[in-house]
Each structure stands twice: as structure tokens, then as C-alpha cells.
Design a protein. Structure first.
Length: 85
């Protein structure tokens, strides 16, 4: 495993997005954090171009969003602000 600048950047960005995703409603940023962490692991394990890293990031982020969003909303139900009380 080679510590590259790109790999470390993806790692930091992923961590920041996950923390931010926990603070804002909707979990949207959380999935981009997961995609960044997966990209960091792949980037640190092998030498891939920036274009490949971007494709991995977008692909994994959108796949995680599609596959996990409804499941996480069931586990962590938020307050529905649209209902009148």
C-alpha cells in the first residue's frame, strides 16, 4: 500500500462528508462520503488515474445512494417537518 496524495485526499474528503452527512438531514452527503472512502482504499491499494478515481467515486456514490437510502431512512427516521401539528 502506497500512501499517495490523492488517496489521502479521498480519505479526508470521505471522512468530512460522512461527518457532515450525519449533521444535515437527508443523508445525501453521507453517500458521497462512502464513495470517497471506497475510492481512497482503491487509490491507496493501486495506482489509478484521476479519471478512473472520479468514475469509481461517482459510481460507488450513486450505487450506495440507490441501494442504501431507503434502508437507512427506515433505521434512522427523522422528524417530518412537512406535517402540521
Amino acid at each position: 500500500m502506497v500512501l499517495t496524495t490523492a488517496g489521502l485526499l479521498w480519505l479526508v474528503m470521505g471522512g468530512m462528508c460522512i461527518v457532515l452527512g450525519m449533521l444535515v438531514p437527508g443523508f445525501m452527503v453521507f453517500f458521497f462520503g462512502l464513495g470517497a472512502l471506497i475510492t481512497a482504499v482503491i487509490s491507496l491499494m493501486s495506482s489509478v488515474s484521476i479519471l478512473t478515481q472520479l468514475v469509481i467515486f461517482l459510481g460507488t456514490s450513486l450505487a450506495m445512494l440507490y441501494l442504501l437510502k431507503n434502508r437507512l431512512e427506515e433505521i434512522f427516521p427523522g422528524d417530518d417537518l412537512s406535517e402540521d401539528e
